[in-house]
Ligand binder design. Structure first.
Ligand code: DSN
Length: 419
């Protein structure tokens, strides 16, 4: 590297050894444990390079060609590339690549299409929704009248009849679909028809599954929705951040809602990282990856069922499985802690109609974006299910330590971020 462009770990080590050590220890944690959190992934070194670059120094309020600060010629190019790549990858009329996160993107969606006090219909959090879909402790639940729909009790799939009935009864300005713990596909055509019937904006929060859409592994909401918001760091495998796609007629409303409505200057290093990730997503290699993520998730869910747990909604068609673990005799909280002690990182999660409180839960959520990036396949998913089952079954530190050694041996065969 002939010229300085950004990341300099030696300089960090000399100047701030404490923080340098945190970076090293976190790298080791990611390399040696099993990362099964459905919303996490290992982004590429190229994305990390963009994130750790001097683009971080630049203020660029506004949009390419229309900034409030000088000196934006170079960052304009990065944002232009990110926008064009997003539009091309998803077949979208318009893309806003500036939201700092998924929650920020959702604030912009509310602002573009609703006013405080308006009614919005969204999936309930206990059935798999998201904080920003109307939780009482979130701005969405405090500032809007959010009605909710859930899953059917017989098959744990979205209850489209309930959704339609509630839409007709409450006449929402906007209907949100998308969730954080829903393992099945969403019928966007059906939701579009309901939105048209009641005159609602169709908003899809695609944060969890947009990477599978990018990889052409599942159907896209883009042809149906007025607006699609998402994060860029889950299956999509980009930098931490958010993005919004819209139909042409909503482009101005969304752009104004993001800036100046909700944010000041975009994080241009993250915008550049989004451009890099979107180019990666357009490759055949990424399409294979996206398909493999689903194959692995199905295999993991099936193998956990062999271990006696129950896959909510009968399995998965996406990157995650929600497991009802009541048969193990421990709660989601305890399972999460025991697996953590064994080097298996996942999260406790409510299951539909969970008898336990959200901080305890009867379930765990497992996802395959990260392990698939490492190159693991169906055989490894079977091994992982057995490791999870053994970790949950024991409250003995020595047993967890022994399992952790097996986890380290497994992850050592699938190295990430090697020099
Ligand atoms: N925290 C994310 C998840 O884990 O699903 C959602 O925002």
């Amino acid at each position: 590297m002939p010229t300085f462009y950004g990341p300099d770990f030696d300089a960090l080590t000399r100047q701030d050894p404490e923080i340098a050590q945190v970076l090293l220890s976190e790298l080791k944690r990611q390399q040696t444990n099993l990362q099964l959190i459905a919303s996490e992934n290992f982004t590429s070194p190229a994305v990390l390079a963009a994130m750790g670059s001097t683009l971080s120094n630049k203020y660029a309020e506004g949009y390419p060609g229309k900034r409030y600060y000088g000196g934006c010629e170079e960052v304009d190019k990065a944002e232009f590339l990110a926008i064009e790549r997003a539009k091309s990858l998803f077949g979208a009329d318009h893309a806003n690549v500036q939201p700092h996160s998924g929650a920020s993107a959702n604030v912009a969606v509310y602002q573009a299409f609703t006013k405080p006090g308006d009614t919005v219909l969204a999936m309930s959090l206990p059935h798999g929704g998201h904080l920003t879909h109307g939780s009482a402790v979130n701005f969405s639940g405090k500032w809007f009248n959010v009605e909710s729909y859930g899953v059917r009790s017989d098959n744990e799939l979205i209850d489209y009849d309930e959704l339609r009935d509630k839409a007709i009864a409450t006449k929402p300005k906007m209907i949100c679909s998308g969730a954080t713990a829903y393992p099945s596909l969403i019928d966007f055509e059906k939701i579009r028809a309901i939105c048209d019937e009641v005159g609602a904006i169709m908003w899809v929060d695609a944060a969890h599954f947009i990477g599978l859409v990018a990889g052409k592994a599942i159907p896209s909401p883009v042809p149906y929705a007025d607006v699609v918001s998402f994060t860029t760091h889950k299956v999509l495998r980009g930098p931490r951040g958010g993005m919004i796609l819209t139909k042409a007629e909503h482009a101005t409303a969304i752009d104004k809602a993001v800036f100046p409505g909700m944010q000041g200057g975009p994080i241009m290093s993250a915008v550049a990282g989004k451009a890099v990730a979107l180019a990666e997503c357009a490759t055949l290699e990424f399409q294979k990856y996206a398909k493999d993520v689903i194959v692995n998730a199905k295999a993991l869910a099936a193998a956990l069922e062999v271990e006696g747990m129950r896959a909510v909604s009968g399995g998965t068609q996406t990157h995650l499985a929600l497991m009802d673990i009541r048969s193990t005799g421990v709660t989601g909280k305890v399972a999460d802690e025991r697996c953590g002690a064994a080097g298996i990182v996942m999260n406790k999660n409510s299951i539909p109609n969970d008898p336990q409180k959200p901080g305890i839960t009867s379930g765990v959520r497992v996802g395959t974006p990260a392990t698939t990036t490492q190159g693991m396949g169906v055989l490894e998913m079977k091994v992982i299910a057995q490791l999870i089952s053994r970790a949950i079954a024991s409250d003995d530190a020595a047993t967890h330590s022994a399992i952790r050694n097996e986890v380290h041996a497994l992850t050592a065969r699938f190295p990430i971020y090697q020099a």
